[in-house]
Design a protein around this ligand. Structure first.
Ligand code: UGA
Length: 456
């Protein structure tokens, strides 16, 4: 497994759990040293015990010695990062191609080289050419084959997603490589996981198309939420009513402050760029990207408007949750990174509480990159109650479990009560019902605003 990052580590640990011998490689020696000491560099529920089990059984090892590891393996998976190239929005394949060259130089027997990283359509064929260029002595089909095997892991539930996937996609034209991949995924046979064999470009595109379509579902329900607000309809029930149609499905129809994370923003952008470049523009995906970017700013404006209504001289807002979704420490493209700077720009003080970040400061660089620096205007609370005490609004940005069970009467007591208004709870994840928020001015998304007209 080349790359001991999120995908490489989860995939490697899971294959070791399935009984295979796996060596995870990384050129970051500190990371490998830490892994060898049992220290996991990322937060993913269940991963620490899975890695510990793998290490104990000696099926999972970590190394920086690529040559030796490749020569001892018959499958090499490339799971390095493909970040967005900031100059043109394409996926940056620098790490993938470097890994391919290193692997090519090391091959000394039939090896299936598998791209796990999300790579643009056509990359698999490029990989074949690069191997031949690097090692003209190697013959495709005899010494090596290339396959695409995209991952569909969600952060926060990656291990379950791996162990019980909806499907596995394998793209290769080589029967020999298919046989090898079939053996690799043999453990999923018992739970009857569909395994789709196709060619490389289709497999590569399935990954982008799936993420693009899921992003589209979110973009669609978010626009429906706006429409609900204008009409008195309820987006939760709307989503349910739509989703009960099996052709649509209930999942990914939760209105939100916009999708974030390391995948949807990056992959939709890369899909849009590739499609345009190839002369088959995906204008639907373009519209989703644009709407999602605008949505985050719109959410900030929604908060600011309610604060303006209250004519507060120096409002203070408690932000509950800053990661892009629960059960992850990932801040990439989180709505918080747009909303918090916007609040600060308009003179609002912010106090943050996040169940994962209250005890460490790893999020500070992400915030700093958005111009959010520590000081009197932004502070961290060590618990939810401390954050909301006397705050002019509590804003739920991430639906952490911990926020689902807040005692709303206690919250009502602790929030500020400016004259003429009820304490303000803004729930951008719709985790409460509109009929359980007595005594609070409750603003959610795609549903009626509650108690906003009560002037005491
Ligand atoms: C996503 C896909 O779900 C995975 O299948 C895929 O493998 C992964 O990207 C990837 O490409 O590696 P992930 O980014 O971990 O996984 O997270 P999701 O659970 O899909 O959530 C993404 C964003 O969409 C989050 O900001 C979430 O809050 C938002 N979302 C999700 C909504 O706003 N509404 C929904 O109904 C669902």
């Amino acid at each position: 497994m080349i790359g001991a990052g999120y995908v490489g580590l989860v995939t490697g640990a899971c294959f070791a759990e399935f009984g295979f011998d796996v060596v995870c490689l990384d050129n970051d020696t500190t990371k490998i040293d830490k892994l060898n000491q049992g220290l996991i560099p990322i937060y993913e529920p269940g991963l620490d015990s899975l890695v510990a089990q793998g290490m104990k059984s000696k099926r999972l090892t970590f190394s920086t010695n690529l040559k030796e590891s490749v020569q001892a393996s018959n499958i090499v998976m490339i799971a390095v990062g493909t970040p967005t190239n900031i100059t043109d929005g394409h996926a940056d394949l620098g790490y993938v191609y470097q890994a391919v060259k290193d692997v090519a130089l090391a091959i000394d027997g039939y090896t299936v080289i598998v791209t796990k990283s999300t790579v643009p359509v056509g990359t698999g064929d490029e990989v074949v050419s690069l191997i031949k260029q690097t090692r003209p002595d190697l013959v495709e089909g005899v010494d090596f084959d290339v396959a695409s095997n995209p991952e569909f892991l969600r952060e926060g539930s990656a291990i379950t997603d791996f162990m019980r996937p909806d499907r596995v996609v394998v793209g290769t034209d080589s029967q020999k490589a298919r046989d090898v991949m079939q053996r690799l995924y043999r453990p999923l046979y018992l739970i009857e996981t569909p395994i789709l064999y196709t060619n490389k470009p289709t497999a590569e595109l399935i990954k982008y198309a799936a993420n693009g379509f899921l992003a589209l579902k979110i973009g669609f329900i978010n626009q429906m939420a706006d429409l609900c607000e204008k009409t008195g309809a309820d987006v939760q029930e709307l989503g349910k009513g739509m989703g009960l149609d099996n052709r649509i499905g209930r999942k990914f129809l939760n209105a939100s402050p916009g999708y974030g994370g390391s995948c949807f923003p990056k992959d939709t952008l890369a899909l849009s760029k590739t499609a345009r470049q190839l002369g088959a523009p995906c204008t639907i995906v373009d519209a989703v990207i644009e709407a999602n970017t605008a949505r985050k700013l719109k959410m900030a404006e929604r908060i600011l408007q309610r604060l303006r209504d209250r004519k507060l001289s120096k409002p203070r807002v408690a932000i509950l949750g800053i990661t892009f979704k629960p059960n992850t420490d990932d801040m990439r493209d989180a709505a918080s990174l747009v909303i918090i700077p916007e609040l600060l720009k308009h003179g609002v003080d912010v106090v943050i509480y996040d169940p994962l970040y209250y005890k460490n400061s790893d999020c500070l660089p992400h915030l700093a990159a958005q111009g959010i620096t520590w000081g009197s205007e932004v502070t961290f609370a060590s618990n939810r109650k401390e954050a909301t005490l006397d705050a002019d609004a509590a804003v739920i940005l991430t639906e952490w479990h911990e926020f689902r069970g807040i005692d709303l009467s206690e919250l009502q007591q602790s929030l500020a009560k400016p004259e003429g208004f009820l304490p303000l709870l803004i729930d951008l994840r719709n985790i409460y019902k509109t009929n359980e928020v007595d005594g609070l001015h409750y603003l959610s998304i795609g549903r009626s605003e509650v108690n906003n007209k009560i002037a005491i």
